[in-house]
Design a protein around this ligand. Structure first.
Ligand code: SOE
Length: 385
């Protein structure tokens, strides 16, 4: 039977525009979807480059102003993969026009921006989702299942790190295409919103709400040339960010993100310690889950490395044969497939905009705590689905 078309307008053609486009093309080949995704149009300011992007990925048309697409009758879903300062305005306009909206992380530059986006999608009653893709790594999904089954027992500790090293050079400019993450006006914050936000989203999902945090941030390079003006300009982003905290379930949080950990490119690691078992995961070895179960017989007890590639592991029956691993791009394919299947079943797919707001409340609290040198409670303790 012919499937219903789902017409997509993508806004933004950078790294994330590519990951999303790949997901739009691949999801239907590996999952039984209730819709046929159609790459209707892509929007970006540079006309030549957006045309080249459309040719590469198979978009049917191009636009240079997002306002031209959000109300188009032949668009069902607006997907926002443009810099952070554009998220709120586009999402709110798209929701008001009755479109489904998906948005790159962080949802807003601040919780206030994210709250306005949540209000818009909820008032319009449109499907929405934030691309916190690491939830969809099969090994992380397996960990979620093990936690939900109660196999770890009472949780004592959750620790996470996201380490990179790409901004160490002081000659690196800030601002403009590719480097907007270094411009506080555009990005909102530095590693707190960009990297720590991933750690927080996964943690809220796996271990519940965070009650309070005490944080510190640092900006190691205080000024950089701005790409758009050519002038040396103060740097407003945080280069490194770390916090201690408490989860509502009584466990302790220890989180760190930095772009100044020489030698680390995208080392996202997390560990959770319970009374009965512990687990570790590492993005550089993403198909493995390290698992220690204290209930094992003492003589053979120890850390085991689960190769999460078998057909009874999350998502894996959709891919190759047992033992063959998948990678980063598949997390976006899984997330998009889950989103469409959710719409078909009339259920929300997490992380929704409301979940994205919960993370923004924690990142706001982290930044406030670093500034005031006081413990901070996130603005609202929202339910994370
Ligand atoms: C930054 O370098 C970045 O691309 C983030 O923006 C992504 O969210 C993260 O997954 C990888 O690193």
């Amino acid at each position: 039977m012919a499937k219903r078309p789902l017409n997509i307008a993508l806004v933004g053609y950078g790294f994330m525009g590519r990951t999303h486009s790949n997901a739009f093309l691949q999801a239907r080949r590996f999952f039984d979807l209730p819709f046929e995704p159609i790459l209707r149009t892509v929007v970006a300011r540079n006309a030549d480059r957006v045309r080249a992007f459309a040719d590469t990925w198979g978009y049917q048309s191009v636009e240079t102003d997002w306002r031209a697409v959000v109300e188009r009758g032949d668009v069902d879903l607006v997907d926002i993969a443009s810099p952070n300062d554009t998220h709120a305005e586009i999402a709110i306009a798209a929701a008001r026009a009755g479109k489904m909206v998906t948005c790159e992380k962080p949802l807003g530059r601040t919780a206030a921006e994210a709250q306005a986006m949540v209000s818009a999608v909820e008032a319009a009653g449109v499907a929405n989702m934030v691309w916190y893709n690491y939830r969809r790594v099969p090994a992380v999904m397996l960990l979620k299942a093990l936690i939900d089954e109660g196999r770890l027992g009472r949780i004592f500790h959750y620790r996470a790190q996201f380490l990179q090293d790409w901004t160490i050079s002081q000659d690196l400019p800030q601002g403009g295409e590719g480097l907007w993450r270094l411009d506080a006006g555009v990005a909102g914050s530095g590693v707190t919103g960009d990297l720590l936000a991933h750690c927080i989203d996964t943690a809220l999902w796996l271990n519940g709400s965070i009650a309070e945090v005490t944080a510190m941030t640092e900006t190691f390079i205080k000024q950089r040339t701005h790409t758009l003006t050519g002038k040396m300009t103060p740097v407003g982003i945080d280069d490194a960010s770390a916090f201690l905290g408490r989860f509502e379930n009584g466990s302790l949080a220890l989180f760190e993100a930095t772009r100044y950990a020489r030698g680390h490119k995208a080392l996202y690691t997390l560990e959770i310690n319970g009374a009965d078992a512990s687990a570790r995961w590492d993005l550089h070895d993403l198909h493995r889950l390290q698992w220690f179960d204290h209930r094992d017989e003492g003589r053979v007890r120890g850390w085991r490395s689960i190769h999460v590639t078998d057909s009874d592991h999350p998502y894996m029956k959709h891919w190759w044969v047992p033992g063959l691993q998948i990678g980063y791009e598949h997390t976006f394919i899984h997330q998009f497939a889950d989103f469409l299947i959710g719409i078909g079943n009339h259920v929300e797919t997490a992380p929704t905009f409301r979940d994205g707001l919960a993370t923004d409340c924690v990142t706001d609290a982290v930044l406030q705590s670093a500034e005031t040198r006081q413990w901070q409670a996130p603005a609202s303790h929202l339910k994370v689905t």
